[in-house]
Design a protein around this ligand. Structure first.
Ligand code: AMP
Length: 142
């Protein structure tokens, strides 16, 4: 497996070099909206420490990421009146991974509504800003 590339797009977001719609941050974890959401509220949860994917991440960093994914899943249920949540996580190109900093997808789902295909359409900035606001409020409400 290739080594971690510190110039990947999510590393730049973590360093604040590129913008994002931030949902959550703590000392080990960072979460922001996917700009090409497969459903409203589609969020990506990342460890702050460099890790290419599930195959090289430190188990304790992965544990933090999963804990935050659970928080965001619960907030997504409330914020989007969702009926369920899809969790996705891809490893290496053959596994469907496109950006090589570990991330877990948290996708609120409505009964009978299919997900859009991956990376199909960039969402409008005002829609993403509104979705981020709703998720942050639901997280704050607990
Ligand atoms: P994957 O590596 O297959 O899990 O896919 C990477 C995901 O990152 C896709 O769902 C993209 O829509 C998303 N993505 C790509 N660039 C950005 C960005 N600048 N901000 C937020 N999400 C992004």
């Amino acid at each position: 497996m290739p080594s971690y590339d510190p110039n990947n797009i999510f590393a730049k977001i973590l360093r604040g070099e590129l913008p994002c719609y931030k949902i959550y941050e703590d000392d080990k974890t960072f979460a922001f909206l996917d700009i090409m959401p497969r459903a409203p509220g589609h969020t990506l949860v990342l460890p702050k420490a460099p890790a290419r994917n599930m195959l090289d991440v430190a188990p304790e960093d992965l544990g933090h990421v999963i804990g935050v994914a659970q928080k965001i899943a619960k907030a997504g249920m409330k914020a989007f009146a969702a009926d369920g949540i899809t969790i996705q996580q891809f490893n290496e190109g053959a596994g469907g991974q496109v950006v090589f900093h570990l991330h877990v997808h948290v996708i609120p789902r409505r009964e009978g509504v299919p997900m859009k295909p991956p990376a199909s359409e960039k969402e409008k900035p005002d829609v993403l800003a509104d979705h981020a606001k709703k998720l942050v409020a639901a997280l704050a409400a607990g």
